[in-house]
Design a protein around this ligand. Structure first.
Ligand code: ADP
Length: 506
């Protein structure tokens, strides 16, 4: 202690006072002693409070030690009072202890020396108690300021303590009211938690019906703890109504959003179908008159060749050529449109036959360009549709033969390669990749994606005639069979087109 010790000595016997002061000065040389001689003195010092410890006799002319003790403790519960007496009985000692006496030293020659030690020990203890009490007050006030309810109960549901927020959340005014209403069903909770020992903190959401009939959503967090060998339930109770409401709103919004997206998608699909049906029927209906034009121009050339001069003949040939081009264009459009609309049956399909069939259909071009074709066998079976696969290979092979530098002989190679697809969680699904390689003019990297879209062409129709739909048919067809397409190429270096389809399951 930095300040000198301040002691009140209350004793009517001057000799005993001297004795007490002498003993104290041994251990506390700087101590300041005030001697209290009557009730007036006592009342004054109690009022002023300028002392640290009190040493009092039991028997006083003007009062007794118990009264002194009470007067001090009532006002200063953490200032030690020591009784220094030669007259006390056991009853008095008990009564004094019950009233908060800190120590008892007998006035007998071989006991005086205990006095300073009693002062030191009681002072230290009182200070520790005071610190603990202050901490307790601080803790209580913090707990009471919290918005989270805190409570402790026995495992059979007897509430032991709680903070204010706990009572507020339940809508009650006191712990006993909370106990009586038992809104959290604590006995059952305690039993449940005990049954599942050893315990981890456990959180659950509980809809709490409060005392006033209103309901709130709470998060109830429970832990079992041991206090002096007894198991207690420590709980936290938090109002999560706002969070729950927000979650419900988000869920509701998501649902309406999904519903709106569904409706919008349906509308779009309907509009798309209408449009496709329209395109289909227009394309279909255009074909008839076109065929007539083509047939009539052909007839003109065949039946009236003599009647026409060379200019008339080349005009008629022009009509035949252009209408053939247009017919091819309409045919491709119809194929593409059908691919989007129609159901496509998928089954194991042998690629060797598919390629043979495609090559047969391309026979005139192959012969005309003297294309050199290498087919690396065996070509396996894949899951696909035979007619679409023939169309796909026909388009890829006809491009491979067509897009070659003028005067160069086309060289085309076809082979198959099995791959394990480890992407997108499809580990273990095996895919067959089919390559079509040419030694043609190649495609620069920037344009490689767009050529798979309808009407995208990189070359003028004078040198390389076409409709710009062929690769769109390849892509759509393969996608509808559950596969994908791709290309590796460089300008001037030839191209490697590939399609990938599921293998036939074993
Ligand atoms: P089309 O062949 O009727 O023009 P496609 O959709 O089949 O239409 O091809 C789109 C474009 O992609 C072609 O116009 C051409 O520019 C390019 N292309 C396709 N195949 C090849 C190839 N094997 N080599 C080089 N370019 C190609």
């Amino acid at each position: 202690m930095n300040q000198p010790l301040r002691v009140l000595v209350i004793d009517d016997n001057p000799g005993d006072r001297i004795l007490a002061i002498r003993e104290l000065s041994r251990e506390f040389p700087d101590c300041q002693v005030e001697e209290i001689l009557d009730a007036e003195d006592l009342a004054r010092v109690v009022k002023q409070g300028n002392f640290d410890v009190v040493i009092t006799d039991y028997q006083l002319r003007w009062t007794d030690g118990i009264q002194v003790l009470r007067a001090i403790k009532e006002r200063y519960p953490y200032r030690p009072v020591i009784m220094f007496t030669g007259t006390g009985s056991e009853e008095i000692a008990v009564e004094a202890m019950q009233s908060g006496l800190d120590d008892y030293v007998l006035k007998s020659p071989n006991r005086y020396f205990r006095l300073p030690n009693a002062v030191r020990v009681t002072l230290e203890r009182a200070q520790a108690e005071r610190r603990a009490a202050l901490l307790e007050i601080r803790l209580q006030s913090l707990l009471n300021q919290l918005d989270i309810g805190i409570f402790r109960s026995t495992t059979d549901g007897q509430l032991l303590e709680s903070n204010r927020a706990f009572l507020r959340l339940l809508g009650v005014n006191s712990l006993s009211e909370a106990q009586a209403m038992d809104l959290l069903n604590l006995p059952e909770l305690g039993a449940q938690y005990q049954a599942t020992l050893p315990l981890q903190p456990h959180e659950r959401e509980v809809q709490l019906h409060r005392a006033d009939g209103t309901s709130i959503w709470t998060a109830l967090n429970i832990t079992l703890n041991w206090v002096d060998d007894e198991t207690v339930v420590d709980g936290l109770l938090e109002d999560i109504t706002a969070r729950k409401r927000a979650q419900a709103e988000v869920r509701q919004l998501n649902e309406t959003l999904e519903q709106r997206v569904r409706e919008r998608t349906q509308e779009l699909e309907a509009a798309n179908q209408d449009l496709e049906a329209f395109a289909y029927s227009v394309s279909h209906d255009l074909r008839e008159p076109l065929r007539s034009i083509q047939g009539l121009a052909q007839a003109l050339l065949e039946d009236y060749a003599q009647a026409l001069n060379s200019v008339g003949q080349s005009y008629s040939q022009g009509i035949v050529n252009v209408s053939q081009q247009m017919d091819k264009f309409i045919e491709d459009l119809l194929i593409y449109s059908r691919l989007r609309r129609e159901e496509i049956p998928i089954q194991p399909t042998g690629l060797a036959l598919v390629v043979t069939e495609a090559l047969q259909q391309l026979e005139p071009e192959i012969r005309e360009r003297q294309a050199q074709l290498i087919i690396e066998e065996p070509l396996p079976e894949v899951m696909g549709n035979r007619l679409i696969l023939i169309q796909v290979f026909k388009n890829l092979l006809s491009n491979a033969i067509k897009f070659v530098a003028p005067g160069r002989q086309p060289e085309v190679r076809i082979w198959a390669e099995e791959r394990e697809d480890e992407e997108m969680g499809r580990q273990g699904d095996s895919q067959m990749r089919l390559w079509v390689e040419d030694k043609g003019i190649g495609i620069d990297v920037e344009n490689q994606k767009r050529i798979f879209h309808v009407f995208e062409r990189l070359h003028g129709s004078e040198i390389y005639p076409g409709t710009g739909i062929g690769l769109a048919i390849v892509r759509k067809g393969v996608e509808r069979m559950g596969g994908q397409v791709g290309i590796e190429s460089q300008l001037g270096q030839g191209s490697l087109f590939w399609i990938e389809l599921p293998t036939v399951p074993e």
